[in-house]
Every structure is written in structure tokens, then in C-alpha cells.
Design a protein around this ligand. Structure first.
Ligand SMILES: Nc1nc2c(ncn2[C@@H]2O[C@H](COP(=O)(O)OP(=O)(O)OP(=O)(O)O)[C@@H](O)[C@H]2O)c(=O)[nH]1
Ligand SMILES: [Mg+2]
Length: 612
């Protein structure tokens, strides 16, 4: 059968997964009466909860006798590594661009990766049904983007379709064509994307070889390794081996199943040949970037290097007084095993041992990526303590210190642009562009060090009354931008263990705002609120109202507390300072001081002041 391999790429939320729904539907992949969820490819729990794609996933449809393998990719910048690793196994990409938002930072990132690999994108200006669509303008924005990214003539000559993925139609000519279905898109994919050239090696004359790009685990089949077959054919029961990127033998084993992607399922097939994207079960050690092959193959398939991690956190055991009460996985060994397993399947995550036997350094692409990992572990029953994220520096050619710099695009109501510019410049952001973006909004573009952006998002939402939109994407390792002032307010710290009392919290409200509700169990050294001044303050959260005989009538009956600010996991991680930790259990997220005893804290403060 004819074959095409494509990936769908775009900035976050521009409609990739929704478009895949329609491609599946309109190619007749689902049974007539099959119940299918919206955004069916977003199948894992966190993806459904957050409404975003986290992991790249493969599916395939058949259109007029051609099988099209389609890879749905995540659009959020933190998961950019997923996209990078997938692109080298497809022969074409469909680049979606929201008809109102236009080319965004991640559009630029994925496009640059695709162009560099020599792919010729099909551009789909999507969500044409939006009231604020500006289709033709966006089309020329995309053209300009291609030009600035040094696209060659052939790439600049990209086909463009206009579509509403959700409504399930695409047209070549926005004014003339009837908006009926996705036929024009299917046709363009088949005519514009070439069949995999390696398909000529789909014969048993050639040895079998495949580079693993995705690893998943299946309760019945175990480890499932997905990739595109580079040469030969493969079938179940064949004995193969796995080579590392450096060519060392990792393991030998027997294939138990060769699986192809059909709609939302993986189905066993008798045989698959070069060019096809399949999943292989049967091996137990091999992982991403390893080559699966016949015994006679000695040289692994080259795996492209991926952009390096930019931030790191320390994940350690939970050693708070409440440790072990809410989770089942608490030992260092179990945490270690789980983290190293993650690094295996996710090449953008790197795990390192630290001086402490109870803590590991986990490096990745951004706060969301690391937040998702911690959230996943929490649901699996882990208890952890997490440090403040720090950026990873590099050393330049002349020994100078380099730090990750991001391009930040911000859309705000005009009235808030002043405060945003001020905040960004405090964080050493350098404004590179400012332009009206219509409807009383301004689009601001900055180059800013990741270091200054950690924890800014919460403040940004407060400053813009929740209306601002911020997008960040890694740009480069650039010269260190100098000192940035950290959080300037102190925190309120519980000075003893017990249950927080309404009266005590009400009394403490004069000092700042609370992170906890009355009735919350607190311990000495736990952070319960933010102080309105610069210094940290140890406070008694347990104090109950003295019961006296002189009760002033009608005065203290109903104490009404201001609702506390309950931090989400990501907010908590972004909030804490260097001497603080986030305690994560399946049920709770608590902030704490690293040193729970105030005397230890004083000693530490003196020691670090002496160090300068
Ligand atoms: N108006 C309009 N909205 C759409 C269209 N397609 C998708 N959406 C909406 O856009 C939002 C994001 O859609 P998704 O399909 O999840 O976008 P995505 O590109 O897969 O997002 P990520 O995978 O997280 O990057 C959802 O609320 C969709 O309902 C469209 O054609 N028109
Ligand atoms: Mg998606």
C-alpha cells in the first residue's frame, strides 16, 4: 500500500488534536456507531484534565488506498523536545496556525526545526470560524516567518489551506471554495508529501533496522518501542538486538509483537517494512535513541541531538514531620528508580545523583514539564520534597558564563502594558518589539533570561487581572544578564505543630495573607502565608480565643476569614526561595522551610551570609 508519514505541528492550542479527530472521522476510521471523545488522542489523565497534549502520539488513517501515519505533537514549549525527536521520522508536516493569533513563538520553534530537516510544510490557517480571524494577514505572517528562518525556494512555495478543524473542513481558496470537508487537506497531503524514500528498502534483502523514538509501557506487552523502520522487513518472533547511540550492544531479544497504529488502537500485524511507523514489543532494556536491528547490523542509526535542558530542580525524599502519612512510595530507592525510568523514555529529562543519597537533580525544558512529572508521580503515590527551580548555566567559548534566554511574547490590554514592561525590565527582559494587536490590545516581545521568569507567571496574572497571555520559548544560551532581585517579601512560618485555628489565622491576617485554611494541620517550619514585609516571621497558628467571662456581647461570634490563596503545584514550586521546599504528597501540597527549627535557620542564614 502507498504510505505517507506526517506530523502535525503548531503552537499550543492552535487545534492539532481537534483536527486529528476529524481526520480520523472523515477517513472512516471509526465504526459507524463508535462513541469517541473529543480530542481522542489526548488520552492520558493529565492531558484530559489540562486540555493540552503532553506526549506525541501516532495514529493512522487510510485515504483512497493510501495509508497516512499521523503524529499528533504537543504545542507547549516545554514539550518541544517531543516534537524535535519525532520530526526526523516523517516526510512532511502540517503546520497549523491560528487565524487570529497568528505565528507565535512555538510556531517559530517547530517551523525552524522542520525547515532545518528539509521538510516542506503544508500550512493550514486554522480556526477560520473565529470572529476575529484575519486569515490573509496570518498567511503573509507565515510567509515572512519562513523567510526569516532561511527557508529555501521550494519550502517558501508552501501550499496553504484555510480550515476550521473543529467544523471539519478545509479549502484552498477562502473566497471561492465550498466549505465541505477535509478532502482538500487529504489530497494535499498525498500530492505534496513524498512517500518515504526508504520504502525501497522494504524487502528481506535488507537487514532490519529501526531507531526508537517513543517508549511506552503496556500492562500486557511490557515495553513498547515505536519508530520508523529504516530498512528491511520485520515480523513477530524474529530475534533482534539493540544498539546504543554509540554502537554498544544493549540487549538481544525476540520480538513478541509488531504493532501498527489503526485509529486509536495498536493492532498486531504480520509484517511491516521500511518506511512504516510501528511499535515493537519484546525487548526489555532498549529505549529512546537506541537502534533495533538484525544481528548483522553493526552501526546504529544516527539520532539527532536534542536541545539541552534549561532548568533543574532537586527532588528528594519527604522528611517533614508528616512524611509517610499520605503516600505509599516514600523511599529514596523507589524515587530514584522512577526518575531514571522517566529519563529513559523522555530524552529531554536528565536525572543526576547529588551529594545527598536522598535527593536527585532533575533537569528539563521548563516548569510545566517538570510540574507534569511531579504531578504524575504524586498520583502514583509518591511523597517528595522539591527545591526551587534553578537555571542551568553553560560556559561560552571564551570561558564566559552563559544562561538560557527565552523569547517571551505577551498580549495584554493596553492599560497593562506599562506594568508588564516594568516587571519584565526588573527581570532583565529586553523589549524587542511592541505593537498594537487590535481590539485595544498590545503585543510585547522580549528576550529575557529564564532565571528572571521563574515564578513570574503568577505575578503577571495578578498584574493584568488575569487577562494577559504570556508565551515563552527557548531562544539560546546567551551572556549572563547580571543579578536579578528575588522575591522581596517574607513568609509566615508556623512555630509549632498542630491544627490551625480560625482565631489565630484571623489575627494573622494583619500580617499578610494565608496559604492555608483553618483546620489545616501544620508543623513547625511550615510556611502558612506570605508576610507583608521583607522578613520571615515565626507565628503561632494554633492560638485559640481565650475563653473569658467577660464576653463582649455580639463581638467575636462569627470570625470571617479572607479566603486563603491555595497554591497549585506549579505555583508553589515557582514561589519558594532557595532555603525552602515544596512538600508533595498524593493529598497535599505544603510549603516549608528547608530547616524546620528556627535555630537551624539562623545558623544557616549566618553561614550563607559569611560565604557572601
Ligand atoms: N473556533 C475554533 N476553535 C477550535 C478549532 N479547532 C480547535 N479549537 C479549539 O481550540 C482549543 C485547543 O484545541 P486542541 O485541538 O486541543 O489544540 P492543540 O493544538 O492540540 O493543543 P496542544 O496539543 O495542547 O498544543 C480547544 O478548545 C478546541 O475546541 C477550530 O477550528 N475553530
Ligand atoms: Mg493537542
Amino acid at each position: 500500500m502507498n504510505l505517507r508519514n506526517i506530523a502535525i505541528i503548531a503552537h499550543v492550542d492552535h487545534g492539532k488534536t481537534t483536527l486529528v479527530d476529524q481526520l480520523l472521522k472523515q477517513s472512516g476510521t471509526f465504526r459507524e456507531n463508535q462513541q469517541v471523545m473529543e480530542r481522542a488522542m489526548d488520552s492520558n489523565e493529565l492531558e484530559r484534565e489540562r486540555g493540552i497534549t503532553i506526549l506525541a502520539k501516532c495514529t493512522s488513517v487510510e485515504w483512497n488506498g493510501t495509508r497516512i501515519n499521523i503524529i499528533d505533537t504537543p504545542g507547549h514549549a516545554d514539550f518541544g523536545g517531543e516534537v524535535e525527536r519525532i520530526l526526523s521520522m516523517v516526510d512532511g508536516v502540517v503546520l497549523l496556525v491560528d487565524s487570529a493569533e497568528g505565528a507565535m513563538p512555538q510556531t517559530k520553534f517547530v517551523t525552524s526545526k522542520a525547515l532545518k530537516l528539509g521538510l516542506k510544510p503544508i500550512v493550514v490557517v486554522n480556526k477560520i470560524d473565529r470572529q476575529d480571524a484575519r486569515a490573509h494577514e496570518v498567511h503573509s505572517e507565515v510567509f515572512d516567518l519562513f523567510a526569516t528562518l532561511d527557508a529555501n525556494d521550494e519550502q517558501l512555495d508552501f501550499p496553504t489551506l484555510y480550515a476550521s478543524g473543529r467544523a471539519g473542513w478545509a479549502v484552498r481558496d477562502l473566497e471561492k471554495d465550498e466549505r465541505k470537508d477535509l478532502t482538500p487537506l487529504f489530497e494535499t497531503i498525498i500530492s505534496h508529501v513524498r512517500p518515504p524514500t526508504i520504502a525501497s528498502k522494504a524487502s528481506s534483502q535488507y537487514p532490519f533496522a529501526m531507531l526508537v523514538r517513543v517508549i511506552q509501557s503496556d500492562p500486557y506487552l511490557g515495553r513498547i518501542l515505536t519508530g520508523r523502520i529504516e530498512s528491511g522487513v520485520v515480523e513477530a518472533n524474529r530475534s533482534i538486538k539493540a544498539l546504543s547511540r554509540e554502537g554498544e550492544l544493549i540487549e538481544r531479544g525476540r520480538i513478541t509483537k509488531v504493532l501498527a497504529f489503526r485509529g486509536l488502537q495498536r493492532v498486531p500485524v504480520d509484517e511491516a517494512g521500511a518506511g512504516d511507523i510501528v511499535a515493537i514489543a519484546g525487548l526489555t532494556i532498549a529505549g529512546v535513541a537506541d537502534t533495533l536491528c538484525d544481528a548483522e547490523v553493526l552501526i546504529p542509526i544516527p539520532a539527532n541531538p536534542i536541545d539541552p535542558p534549561t532548568i533543574a530542580i532537586t527532588i528528594g525524599i519527604n522528611d517533614s514531620p508528616y512524611a509517610g502519612r499520605e503516600g505509599s512510595k516514600v523511599q529514596s530507592r523507589v524515587i530514584r528508580e522512577r526518575l531514571f525510568r522517566e529519563a529513559e523514555s523522555n530524552v529531554t529529562i536528565k536525572v543526576r545523583e547529588t551529594e545527598s543519597a536522598d535527593a536527585y537533580e532533575v533537569a528539563g525544558r521548563g516548569e510545566l514539564q517538570l510540574g507534569v512529572l511531579i504531578e504524575t508521580m504524586r498520583r502514583e503515590g509518591f511523597e517528595l520534597s522539591i527545591s526551587r527551580p534553578r537555571v542551568l548555566f553553560r560556559t561560552g567559548a571564551n570561558g564566559e558564563k552563559l544562561e538560557p534566554i527565552e523569547e517571551v511574547t505577551i498580549d495584554v490590554d493596553d492599560a497593562y502594558s506599562g506594568v508588564v514592561i516594568e516587571q519584565m525590565s526588573l527581570r532583565r527582559g529586553e523589549m524587542t518589539d511592541m505593537r498594537p494587536s487590535g481590539g485595544g490590545k498590545t503585543r510585547l516581545t522580549f528576550l529575557a533570561p529564564s532565571r528572571g521568569l521563574i515564578g513570574y507567571h503568577g505575578q503577571f496574572l495578578t498584574d493584568t487581572r488575569g487577562t494577559g497571555i504570556m508565551n515563552r520559548v527557548f531562544q539560546e544560551f546567551g551572556p549572563h544578564r547580571g543579578a536579578i532581585e528575588g522575591r522581596r517579601v517574607g513568609v509566615l512560618i508556623a512555630d509549632r505543630d498542630g491544627e490551625a485555628q480560625t482565631y489565630a489565622l484571623w489575627y494573622l491576617e494583619e500580617r499578610g495573607f494565608m496559604f492555608i485554611e483553618a483546620g489545616t494541620k501544620v508543623y513547625q517550619g511550615m510556611i502558612i502565608g506570605e508576610h507583608s514585609r521583607e522578613n520571615d516571621l515565626d507565628v503561632n497558628a494554633l492560638k485559640a480565643k481565650q475563653l473569658t467571662n467577660f464576653r463582649a456581647a455580639g463581638k467575636d461570634e462569627a470570625v470571617r476569614l479572607t479566603p486563603p490563596k491555595l497554591l497549585t503545584l506549579e505555583q508553589a514550586i515557582a514561589y519558594i526561595g532557595d532555603d525552602e521546599l515544596v512538600e508533595v504528597t498524593p493529598k497535599s501540597i505544603r510549603l516549608r522551610k528547608r530547616w524546620l527549627d528556627p535555630n537551624d535557620r539562623k545558623r544557616y542564614a549566618r553561614a550563607s551570609a559569611a560565604e557572601g
